[in-house]
Ligand binder design. Sequence first.
Ligand SMILES: [Zn+2]
Length: 416
Amino acid sequence: MRPLIPACLCAISLCAYTRQATKDGVPLRRADAASIQFLVNGPEEFTPALAAAAKTYGSVATAQVRFATLEATGAANDPMDRRNVFVFLDTPEIRSVVGASVAVTLSVFDDQGRILDTDILFNPAVKFSTTLEAGTYDLQSVATHELGHALGAGHSGILAAAMYQSAARESAIESRLSADDLAFLAEVYPAESTAEAYGVLRGTISLPGGEPVRGGHVVAIDAAAGILVGGLTDLTTGRYALRVPRGAYQVYVQPLDGPVLPRNVQLPESQVTAPFQTTFFGGLAAPQTVEVSTEPAVADLVAASERPGFRIQFLGAYGVFGTGAREIKSGQTVELFLSGPELDGGHAVTLLGPGLSIQPDSLRLDPDLAVNGMPVLRMKVDAAARTSGAMASILVAKDGMAVVQSGALWMEPSSP
Ligand SMILES: [Zn+2]
């Protein structure tokens, strides 16, 4: 048995999203998933937000995960006491363990990957709130992310997933479970209904010479539904397998060249294939759709090793720039900004998501704007009203080459 710090864990992930694993590669899971008892050592007013995060998992129909009612405790972060605790204490040890993280989840597990004890430590130097107040982190979002680790999830390459590597201040994006997070739950804690709702998409990614693409990020996207599920190719064979809701998907592979880097998804940089070209199944000009139903569907890809010089590094909406997903209010028009090296007026931008359209002739390079010295493309985007949340990817292409930010937009419903 050994304690683990998810952010530092080295694990090989063979499946969609990413899973944490023992050093021998056994994926982690909870034996007590049917009724996980968490305790709270912290301010009483934090309990409702923590309970809401637990309920988010407990109300997923396609997963058998339930949390018991939270209880107050005086217990702290003892990895051997078999008590799962949300810890809001300020001690030198906790400050040292959390470092610059907003929160850290420490789990103890056995050789079979069974998680036996989990403590979630919140950084005492960070301000949490439940009101998205300026300068604070949304407590429910952070708790939702950390509970994902408590269930054995690693970080996702999908920017709008609850398991994306970093939280942003004043953002509640990680308080929602994306299709990618739900796919993790369906894989590890399937309910009876899961088998009928999900299917498997698999394949092998290779370079033109036949060499496998190791640690490539494969994404299945149903742009009409706003569903994305991502996973990594195997570090030896280049194979991947994603559990996805049954449906029709476009499939692409992209390099982990930012904002998600190999270390963010627990992969050793030295074993990952150097950046290659983002490649769509069927080709960029006419991507092919793959139907996932009862039988596993197969999508093999050959990715060119030559990659474009342009990239997207920062996204902006409502005047705020950042490296994670941006939230868009559906039913409104929003100015979207993309910044990165070598972007110019010659790039085509496509939004792969439901009800999104770039206003004709609104896409332009803004000569008066720069982010960290890099050029900025701006455009006006109409987002159709919707009643449920959805994700979209941003595709930027030029001269037959493309880069994608996967799940870069989260569309918030305009009415419940
Ligand atoms: Zn994390």
